[in-house]
Design a protein around this ligand. Structure first.
Ligand SMILES: CC(C)(COP(=O)(O)OP(=O)(O)OC[C@H]1O[C@@H](n2cnc3c(N)ncnc32)[C@H](O)[C@@H]1OP(=O)(O)O)[C@@H](O)C(=O)NCCC(=O)NCCS
Length: 156
């Protein structure tokens, strides 16, 4: 068990299970203009290389993160925290866990995509040590938007 910043709430980080998906979909549609469908989370559980972790507080799922590690290539593919518990270091805890998983699998860096309009996420990733690599044109749909590709190097 870890403790959230400033408030005395205990939370647990554990692996994503099928029974988590309906709670995840509610946070997903509240967090993104182009939420992942249910099938995307089902694939995270089924497909080799994919992984997911969730944060549970008071028996309630409050955050999740997904990743893909193939060979030594790591990708953070999704991350969201329920609105009411943002800015309490929950995403930092999830990211720390994924960085640890990727490092133990021998990855030298981890990549992610983020919408240029998503200033909160960009601020979060920059605070965590990610750097802008390049912009990938027309990556997103609904609305169409470029992606900023960011990278975190483990040995910098
Ligand atoms: C981005 C997101 C995951 C951050 O989650 P969080 O649990 O609130 O983040 P943390 O509390 O761990 O933040 C750690 C640090 O990141 C920075 N940060 C996080 N959110 C920020 C914001 N909205 N504005 C500015 N800086 C921010 C701060 O430096 C913060 O430290 P501080 O609170 O001591 O100032 C959350 O805002 C979210 O779920 N957004 C919607 C989904 C999303 O955009 N996901 C990313 C997709 S690429």
């Amino acid at each position: 068990m870890s403790r959230l910043k400033e408030i005395e709430i205990k939370y647990e980080i554990r692996g994503l299970k099928s029974s988590d998906i309906s709670a995840i979909l509610a946070i997903e549609s509240d967090s993104f203009p182009d939420p992942w469908p249910k099938t995307a989370f089902e694939e995270i559980i089924r497909q080799p290389g994919h992984g997911g972790i969730v944060v549970v507080s008071d028996s309630k799922l409050v955050a999740y993160a997904c990743y893909l590690i193939i060979e030594h290539e790591a990708h953070l593919t999704n991350l969201a925290v329920i609105h009411s518990l943002r800015r309490k270091s929950i995403a930092s805890g999830l990211l720390e866990r994924i960085l640890d998983i990727a490092m133990k699998k021998g990855c030298e860096h981890i990549l992610l995509e983020v919408r240029p309009q998503n200033k909160s996420a960009i601020a979060f990733y920059e605070n965590a040590g990610f750097k802008l690599l390049y912009s990938r044109p027309n990556y997103y749909r609904n609305p169409v938007e470029d992606a900023l590709v960011m990278v975190y190097y483990f040995n910098e």
